[in-house]
Design a protein around this ligand. Structure first.
Ligand SMILES: C[S@@+](CC[C@H](N)C(=O)[O-])C[C@H]1O[C@@H](n2cnc3c(N)ncnc32)[C@H](O)[C@@H]1O
Length: 251
């Protein structure tokens, strides 16, 4: 089977980036049997990153273990913003770290900083460690004992409203873990807890950066104000869609 055949089978299965994905499968599979097995998994909708074992994030190659949420290009904006506000020798906590994508970028961008990633899923924590991140299994910040000592808290928590899970692409719905996606009735169940727990961790003047979407900035603004955050700003992608919120702890 040549690369064009692989691309044709991917295209027939509905892959939008069939040529790029074919190149990736072709480059990674060392023999024809592996290529065939990988192709079948991809045609069944399994994420490409689980099959080949990696993706790229902020220009770096990141290990992605099967079962762990695949970092999205849209999250790179959050990681880059967080790196800009993390002081040299500062302290950052990445809640809901998954593969450790955001934390790994912070380690790379601010090498003198102390960066910790936490996730409730032990598979994710193992994966993050494989990406060079100091990572802990923890329900949000339960295992992080640094009240008022943290410069930056980042979180790409689950934020899809439960009723909207059915609208996700079928590959995501069928394969990626619900614990990574389902944010409850308005999508903000875990994010509200992040806002609370980050308020305990952050020093005055420290920053919280969270990924959200839709109109969640309006819903979340009162919670942020109540917990002492100021300078709440949302950022948007090129299409004008909300992608995240940055907020500063008063002081
Ligand atoms: C949308 S994924 C984001 C992963 C990673 N930050 C990224 O951007 O690729 C959400 C992650 O949050 C984790 N998670 C969900 N609830 C959690 C909780 N209560 N405490 C810690 N992690 C949690 C999931 O296991 C999953 O890895």
């Amino acid at each position: 089977m040549n690369r064009a055949d692989v691309a044709a089978r991917l295209r027939a299965a509905g892959c939008v980036a069939a040529d790029d994905e074919a190149a990736c499968l072709f480059a990674g599979a060392h023999d024809a049997a592996t290529l065939e097995r990988w192709l079948r998994r991809r045609v069944d909708g399994e994420p490409l990153a689980w099959i080949v074992g990696w993706t790229t994030f902020c220009g770096a190659r990141l290990h992605v273990a099967p079962g762990v949420y695949v970092p999205r290009p849209q999250t790179e904006a959050l990681a880059r913003r967080a790196a800009r506000v993390l002081p040299r020798s500062g302290v950052a906590v990445d809640l809901c770290t998954g593969t450790g994508a955001v934390a790994a970028h912070l380690v790379h961008a601010v090498p003198d900083a102390s960066v910790v990633g936490v996730d409730i899923d032990a598979r994710a924590v193992r994966c993050a460690r494989g990406n060079g991140v100091h990572a802990l299994v923890s329900d949000l910040a339960a295992a992080v004992h640094a009240p008022g000592a943290v410069d930056v808290v980042t979180a790409v928590a689950p934020y899809v409203p439960t009723h909207a899970l059915a609208l996700l692409p079928v590959d995501v719905r069928d394969h990626e873990p619900t614990v990574a996606l389902d944010g409850g009735a308005d999508g903000l169940d875990v994010v509200r807890r992040v806002v609370d727990e980050a308020a305990r961790l952050l020093r005055p003047g420290g920053w919280l950066l969270v990924e959200v979407g839709g109109d969640q900035v309006d819903t979340l603004t009162p919670d942020l104000a109540m917990r002492g955050y100021v300078h709440v700003t949302g950022w948007r992608n090129a299409e004008g869609d909300l992608r995240g919120i940055a907020a500063r702890m008063d002081g």
